[in-house]
Design a protein. Structure first.
Lengths: 292, 593
C-alpha cells in the first residue's frame, strides 16, 4: 500500500512512568497514536521511561505522561525533577510535542499543594499551580467537553486538585464539565507544543483530530514540512488521490496526514456531545468525519 | 409457607454423619439481650423499660420496613430489600445490631473488589450443608441498608428475629462501608478476597481503600478471625495489623505462573497491576510467580516483606471442562480434591476464601466439599439461562482485572465464542469507563463467532475493540439510545420510526449515498455492502437498547450453542429484567434461601 514511500517514516514516543502513572486508561492514548501512525505507514516506536531512566531529548519525537495514584506520584515527582528535568525541558523548548494527562499535567505545573502536608514540586513548564482544598471540596468528576481550535474535544475528568493558570494559555474553553478548577471555564494548559489536560477516557481514541495534531507536529518537527510534502509522502499518498479539502498549512500539520476512516471515532465523540445536550456540536463533529 | 428445616442437624446424603456441623457450634458468647453484670434493682428496672422501648422501636422499624418493601414490590419499583432496610434504619438506626445480636451463630462478613458474591455464596452453601440456617443479604444490596433489609425481612413484627436458633448470617459488604458494618455486626470472621482498582470515581484509588482497611482491621476485636488472600500483597498485609487469629489462603500451583506461558514478556497480552509497590517500604515487589494482575508469589527485594505462608493451599488446579475446575486443596487437617463448578482462576480464589472461612468457623471437611461441588452460580456469576434452544451464560465483569480474567477464561482455549458485551456507565458501574483501555481485548481477536456491543457506552467499547484489531463489520453495535445527530446527517430513521419522515427532503437521500458520505475514501459501492457493514451501521443501527441487543445476540447464536453475556453491573440488572420480562428467570427478590 505504501510502496511508494521509499524512506519509511519513524517516530519514537517516550512514555514516561508507564508503571507508575497508568491509572486512567492511559494505554488508550498510546494505542491510538500507534495505530494512527501504522495505518499511514509511519512506524511508531514506544519506549518506556521509568524511575531512574534518563531522558535524552534527541532520542524521542513525542512524549506522553499519564496520571497515577497519590502513593505513586511522590517518587515520580522526585524523579521527574532530579533525573529527567533537564532533558524534558530541553525537549519542550525544542518544540517536541508532549501530552500530559491528569497527574502528569499537575507535575508539569509549578506545584501541587495537597490538603495536608508539604507541596509537591512540579517542573514549572506551565505557569500554573494546583491546590487540593480538602475533603469538603467535591472532586471534579464527569464527562467534559472543551472547545479547541473551533472544534470539540471530549473526555472524562476525575481530579481532586484545582489548577489555576498564571500566564499559561489554556488548552480550551469548557463547554460542559469542570475543567481546571470548576471556576474560570479554562481547561488544560499549553506551552509551545506541550499540552496538559485533565481529559482522559482515554483522551485520544475519541478525539482523532487531537491525536493527528500531535502526530503531525512530531512529523513536522522531525522531517520538516518541505521534506514531508515533496519526498517522503507523495501528494497521492497524503491526500488519497482526492483534491485536498484544504491547502496544506504550516499552522496545521494535521493536513499532512492521510485521512482515516474515523466514523466510529466521531460517532463515539458525538455520542458524548449528545448526552451532554450539545446537539449542534454533535452534528458538526459528524460532518467533520464526513468531510475527511 | 416454607418448610421448616430440622433445626439441628440435617442429613441428606449417606455419608453425612449425625454429628456433622453441630459439633463445632459455638453459641455466641457475651451476647445475651441484656448485658450481664451486677446491676442494682433500680438500674435493672430502668434497663428493662429501656429494653421494652427499644424492642417497640425495633418492632415499629420492622413493620414499617416490611410494609415499604411490600409496596415497592407491588409497584414494581425493584427488589425491595434495600427499601426495607432504608425505612427500618431511618426509624431505628440501631436495627442492625439489635437484630444481629439475636443470631445464634453470629455473622461472617465478606468483602473485596471481585468475588464477594461468589465467595459468600460458596460459604453459605457450606454452612447450610453443615446444618445451619444461613441468612444472606441480596447480591448487590451490599450497603448497610441491604444488610438491615436482609435482617428485617426475617424479623417478626415484635422486633425479634424468627428462628434465630441455628442461624448464622453471611453478608457481602461493599468495601467502602466495611468499618460501619464491622461495628454494627461484630462479626466472628471477616473475609478479604482481594483488592483491585474499581470505580475510581466512587471508591478513590486502591491505596486509599487499603488505608481505610488497615485502620479498620486495627479496631477489630480479638475474637474476630481474619481470612486473607496471601497472594494479593495489599490484602495479605492486613494480617500485620490484626489482633485476632489470621488465616491465609493461596495458590501453590506454579504451572499457572503467567510469566511462564503468556505473561508480561509476550506481546499482545496486558496485565493490569493495581498494587505494585511494597506496603511497608514502597519498593517494587519481585514476583517469583504471577497468576494474574498482582496476584502471585511476591517478595520485596528491599525490606524482605514476603507473601505469608497460607494455611489453606490449592496445590494443583486442573480444568476438566470450561466450568469444572479440579482443585487439590490442602488444609492443616485435610488433603483432598474439590471440583469447582465455575470457570476461571478467580473462582478458585473464591472457593479457597470460602473454605478458609469455613475452617475459621470450625466446619468439618464433608460440608466444605459438598457445599462447593453442588454450588449453583449466583446472579450473573456464570449463571446459566436457556433461551430458545441457546444457553446464555452471564459473566459479570465490572473492572479491568475482572474483565481480563473473564476474557482469559473465555478465550484461552482458542474456541470461538458468541459474545455480547454490555458497557454501562451508571453510578453503580462507575461513571468513568476509561478502564476498558486497560483490558486485554486483543486476546479475543479472531475468536469471536459473533460479537454484539451494547450499553450506554457501547460506542466507547466498540472503539476499544476497533483498536484491539476488530474490524467494525465484525461487530454489531447497538447503542442504548439513537444518535440523533447521525440521523439528521444521513436522513435515516431509527427502526420503528421509519415512514414518518417520508417525503421530506432528507428522507430521499438514498441510504447508499448517505453511507458514501460517511466513508473517508470514495470507494465504489460493491456487493460487500449487502452485508452488515460499517456503512450500514453508520446510517442506522440494527436497533437500540438492551432488549434489541439481546435479541440480536441470540439471533446470531445458532441453536444449541452458548451465548456469553459479559455485562457491567447495571448491564447485568438490565439483562435480568429483560429475561424476567420474557419469563425466563425468577424475580430476584423472590425467596432464595
Amino acid at each position: 500500500m505504501h510502496g511508494r514511500n521509499e524512506a519509511r517514516l519513524t517516530l519514537t514516543l517516550g512514555h514516561l512512568y508507564p508503571d507508575q502513572l497508568n491509572l486512567y486508561g492511559d494505554r488508550g492514548n498510546i494505542l491510538t497514536l500507534k495505530r494512527r501512525c501504522e495505518l499511514r505507514g509511519i512506524e511508531l516506536r514506544v519506549v518506556g521511561l521509568g524511575i531512574g531512566d534518563a531522558l535524552a531529548p534527541d532520542e524521542y519525537d513525542l512524549l506522553f505522561i499519564g496520571g497515577g495514584q497519590d502513593k505513586e506520584q511522590a517518587p515520580v515527582a522526585q524523579d521527574l525533577f532530579e533525573t529527567k528535568g533537564i532533558g524534558l525541558w530541553a525537549a519542550i523548548e525544542d518544540d517536541m510535542p508532549v501530552l500530559a494527562v491528569c497527574g502528569g499535567y499537575q507535575l508539569l505545573a509549578h506545584y501541587y499543594r495537597p490538603a495536608e502536608g508539604p507541596d509537591m514540586k512540579g517542573l514549572g513548564v506551565f505557569d500554573a499551580w494546583t491546590v487540593h482544598k480538602g475533603p469538603r471540596t467535591p472532586r471534579c468528576i464527569g464527562d467534559v467537553v472543551i472547545s479547541w481550535h473551533g472544534m470539540t474535544v471530549v473526555g472524562f475528568e476525575n481530579h481532586g486538585g484545582r489548577t489555576y493558570l498564571g500566564t499559561a494559555r489554556p488548552l480550551g474553553k469548557v463547554l460542559k464539565g469542570n475543567g481546571n478548577n470548576a471556576e474560570d471555564g479554562t481547561e488544560g494548559a499549553v506551552y509551545r507544543n506541550t499540552y496538559g489536560t485533565y481529559l482522559h477516557g482515554s483522551l485520544l481514541p475519541k478525539n482523532p483530530h487531537f491525536a493527528d495534531h500531535l502526530i503531525g507536529l512530531a512529523l513536522q518537527r522531525k522531517y520538516g514540512l518541505r521534506r514531508l510534502t515533496s519526498l517522503s509522502m507523495p501528494p497521492g499518498e497524503i491526500m488519497n488521490g482526492s483534491t485536498p479539502a484544504q491547502p496544506v498549512s504550516v499552522e496545521d500539520p494535521t493536513t499532512l496526514l492521510r485521512p482515516l476512516d474515523d466514523r466510529l471515532e466521531w460517532q463515539a465523540h458525538a455520542a458524548i456531545l449528545e448526552r451532554l445536550g450539545l446537539y449542534e456540536e454533535a452534528v458538526a463533529a459528524l460532518r467533520h468525519a464526513e468531510a475527511a | 409457607m416454607q418448610q421448616h428445616r430440622p433445626s439441628s442437624v440435617i442429613s441428606q446424603g449417606p455419608n453425612q454423619g449425625e454429628s456433622r456441623g453441630s459439633r463445632w457450634l459455638r453459641p455466641k458468647k457475651g451476647r445475651p439481650e441484656v448485658k450481664p453484670g451486677s446491676v442494682t434493682g433500680a438500674a435493672r428496672a430502668g434497663q428493662r423499660s429501656r429494653r421494652r422501648r427499644l424492642s417497640l422501636r425495633a418492632a415499629l422499624a420492622v413493620i414499617s420496613g416490611r410494609a415499604a418493601g411490600a409496596f415497592s414490590r407491588r409497584l414494581r419499583l425493584g427488589g425491595g430489600t434495600s427499601i426495607v432496610g432504608l425505612v427500618a434504619q431511618r426509624l431505628y438506626p440501631d436495627i442492625i445490631s439489635h437484630l444481629a445480636a439475636q443470631l445464634e451463630h453470629g455473622s461472617v462478613l465478606v468483602t473485596g473488589t471481585n468475588g464477594k458474591t461468589t465467595t459468600s455464596g460458596f460459604l453459605a452453601a457450606i454452612l447450610r450443608d453443615a446444618g445451619l440456617r444461613v441468612w444472606r443479604n441480596r447480591e448487590g444490596a451490599n450497603l448497610l441498608r441491604g444488610v438491615a433489609g436482609a435482617l428485617v425481612v426475617r424479623a417478626l413484627p415484635n422486633g425479634n428475629l424468627r428462628r434465630a436458633g441455628q442461624a448464622i448470617s453471611v453478608f457481602e459488604i461493599d468495601e467502602a462501608v466495611m468499618p460501619q458494618a464491622i461495628r454494627l455486626l461484630e462479626p466472628r470472621a471477616v473475609v478479604f478476597v482481594n483488592l483491585f482498582r474499581d470505580q475510581l470515581d466512587r471508591y478513590g484509588e486502591v491505596e486509599s481503600v487499603a488505608a481505610r482497611w488497615r485502620q479498620m482491621v486495627k479496631e477489630l476485636p480479638e475474637t474476630t478471625a481474619l481470612v486473607l488472600n496471601a497472594d494479593d500483597p495489599t490484602t495479605a498485609s492486613l494480617g500485620e495489623q490484626a489482633r485476632g487469629p489470621v488465616l491465609y489462603f493461596g495458590l501453590e500451583d506454579l504451572t499457572l505462573d503467567l510469566s511462564g506461558q503468556d505473561g508480561q514478556g509476550t506481546p499482545g497480552t496486558h496485565q493490569v497491576v493495581d498494587s505494585r509497590s511494597c506496603v511497608r517500604c514502597g519498593s517494587d515487589y519481585h514476583y517469583s510467580a504471577r497468576f494474574y494482575s498482582h496476584m502471585g508469589h511476591y517478595q520485596c527485594p528491599h525490606c524482605g516483606l514476603e507473601r505469608p505462608s497460607p494455611v489453606v493451599r490449592a496445590l494443583h488446579v486442573r480444568q476438566d471442562t470450561f466450568d469444572r475446575l479440579r482443585v487439590t486443596v490442602e488444609t492443616p487437617t485435610q488433603l483432598g480434591e474439590i471440583v469447582i463448578p465455575l470457570p476461571g482462576l478467580y473462582n478458585v480464589y473464591n472457593a479457597l476464601a470460602a473454605i478458609t472461612a469455613a475452617q475459621a468457623l470450625g466446619i468439618s471437611w464433608e460440608p466444605i466439599v459438598s457445599g462447593i461441588e453442588q454450588f449453583k452460580p449466583a446472579f450473573g456469576r456464570g449463571e446459566r439461562v436457556q433461551v430458545a434452544g441457546r444457553t446464555l451464560r452471564l459473566l459479570l465483569a465490572k473492572n479491568p482485572t475482572g474483565l481480563n480474567e473473564v476474557l482469559r477464561t473465555l478465550f484461552s482455549e482458542g474456541t470461538p465464542r458468541h459474545v455480547l458485551f454490555v458497557l454501562n456507565d451508571h453510578i453503580a458501574d462507575g461513571r468513568d469507563v476509561s478502564w476498558i483501555w486497560d483490558v486485554d481485548f486483543e486476546r479475543a481477536k479472531g475468536l469471536t463467532a459473533s460479537l454484539t456491543v451494547a450499553g450506554s457506552r457501547a460506542f466507547d467499547l466498540a472503539l476499544r475493540l476497533k483498536y484491539a484489531g476488530f474490524a467494525p463489520e465484525e461487530m454489531t453495535l447497538i447503542p442504548s439510545t439513537p444518535l440523533r445527530a447521525l440521523e439528521e446527517l444521513t436522513g435515516s430513521q431509527p427502526p420503528g420510526r421509519k415512514g414518518k419522515g417520508r417525503g421530506r427532503g432528507r428522507r430521499q437521500l438514498p441510504e447508499r449515498q448517505a453511507a458514501a458520505m460517511m466513508t473517508s475514501s470514495a470507494a465504489t459501492p460493491s456487493a460487500e455492502e449487502q452485508t452488515t457493514s460499517l456503512r450500514e451501521m453508520a446510517v442506522s443501527f440494527p436497533g437500540y437498547g438492551l432488549a434489541a441487543a439481546l435479541e440480536q445476540a441470540i439471533e446470531q447464536t445458532p441453536a444449541g450453542e452458548t451465548l456469553f453475556i459479559v455485562p457491567t453491573y447495571t448491564g447485568l440488572l438490565e439483562i435480568h429484567r429483560e429475561l424476567e420480562r420474557r419469563g425466563l428467570t425468577p424475580h430476584y427478590w423472590e425467596g432464595r434461601d
